[in-house]
Write a protein of this length. Structure first.
Lengths: 262, 262
DNA sequence: GAAGCACGGTTCGTATACAATCATACCAGG
DNA sequence: CCTGGTATGATTGTATACGAACCGTGCTTC
């Protein structure tokens, strides 16, 4: 039995959106109170929490009745999740939670390595007190989850940490890119959640905290350096988890470490 | 009670799609022949070709009757375009083509600057002959469009060029990220298409060709360097086009109300 | 003349209905 | 027992229907 509480509080939305038609990046906080949005978040969360496992089929009508809505908004939510690469369609046969391969994850790592040090550096420049608080809150959350061996919670906190750094860097385009990549990596990692031990999570949390300290101390170089270190460390843990046969690290992180132009 | 028979034996199916539910990135070539896909591409193209201008409302029923289909697949296509940041919703009032601001474009530039040199470098390493041919074809297309002053075609060729380099770099995640950013930049630039002159396009094409030459000559350093130079050059042209003064383009919805659809 | 209000038309958000297609089970034949 | 065909149920892809919200217009009222 899947728990899926259809309890969406759709009442508390205010719109101040009329004045300018900004792209979606800027509207994420005040989304429209549609069933589509609710379904999108509910299904995504179910996937990332491991309730829906890779390879599992997503039957529209089941999802609809779980969420107590009709198929129409569910389909629209699924279309977006498909576009994000969390679920994959097979024509006339349905949608399935993506089974990412090791190669996909390595590609995602590479993508993040191209971006995250840059974001960490900028976060050290620009982070506001509220953003710092959000980042630290995510770290604490991750630490708590690690201690009670809550893998899904730990991964979620990690996403929040990286999202916090990204938002603090002041480039929503890049931040959201990293967030989506993290989601897909975590989708993969959830398949290995039985093999994750507490020490792995603790190590990751320590690295997060180190990055956070550098950001708090307004030390961009240290933040970028620690971010690179963290990414290398993540790769090593990934190899230990998945097996490192033919683990070709094609890219040199050093190339990426340089600060992109502006 | 959720049934969800997850255990459909994936191994016994001969369809390659079944065996591995890869993310959408890898399936772009064999997309499902749905009306949704058709609508998605048609509407996107209409936006990027300037048929639907920024700020213009997108009435679902009009689009549906234009495409000779019902509203359902149109809505799903629009949901994706919204997620990509090309169109923006106003709750209960409809969707509008995004009016990006100068700041948005600068953010997109920054994002691309973090990624494109990396892709150019990798393309110089890994590009296959077919990929090289695709890149050169895009360049030639862009040159032809420039000479006949076809701005939309020129921008489209530019997107194809950058997409070609991205694909050749062998990281679809990053490549698609850049492609989507380019689309949004071009959406903005189409608003200034009257101010684009042939010389600007020629310059851009020359820079594209320089990057291409470096890739062909398998010179990663030169490719990355020329990519950085190109991005700086694009920024300068952008400043010349848009103006350095801070003309904030906040618009009210009333100003938005142009003629619906095209 | 300006402000407020009612009303109708338009469009969205959602639900439901229908048809095409796929999977599975069953049956017949070898 | 195995193979192949067919029927039936399930699920998708698409179309249509319907209620609710919003905008504009015209009237009323001050």
């Amino acid at each position: 039995m899947i728990v899926y509480e259809p309890c969406f509080d759709l009442t508390c939305y205010q719109f101040s959106v009329y004045t300018m038609l900004t792209p979606i990046d800027q509207l994420t906080l005040e989304k429209a109170p549609t069933f589509r949005e609710a379904a999108y978040h509910a299904i995504k969360q179910a996937i990332l929490d491991g309730l829906l496992e890779p390879g599992q089929p997503l039957v529209e009508e089941r999802l609809a009745e779980m969420l107590q809505i009709s198929r129409t908004p569910v389909r629209e939510a699924l279309a977006i999740l498909e576009h994000e690469g969390l679920i994959a369609p097979v024509y006339r046969r349905g949608l399935f939670v993506c089974k990412l391969t090791r190669e996909h994850v390595i590609e995602l790592f590479t993508a993040n390595e191209a971006v995250e040090p840059f974001l960490a550096r900028r976060a050290a420049h620009y982070a506001s007190p509220e953003q710092l608080a959000a980042i630290e809150s995510a770290i604490r959350d991750g630490e708590a989850c690690a201690e009670r061996n809550d893998i899904a919670g730990f991964l979620r906190a990690g996403r929040l940490f990286h999202a916090g750094v990204g938002r603090a860097a002041g480039n929503l385009t890049l931040a959201r890119f990293v967030e989506r990549n993290e989601e897909r990596v975590d989708l993969f990692l959830m398949g290995y959640r039985k093999a994750v031990d507490v020490e792995m999570m603790r190590t990751s949390n320590r690295e997060h905290r180190a990055i956070y300290r550098a950001i708090v101390q307004r030390d961009p170089d240290a933040a970028a350096r620690l971010s690179i270190y963290h990414l290398q460390s993540v790769r090593e843990r990934f190899a230990a988890l998945v097996g490192d046969d033919d683990q070709d690290t094609v890219l040199s992180l050093n190339e990426q470490a340089k600060e992109p132009i502006a």
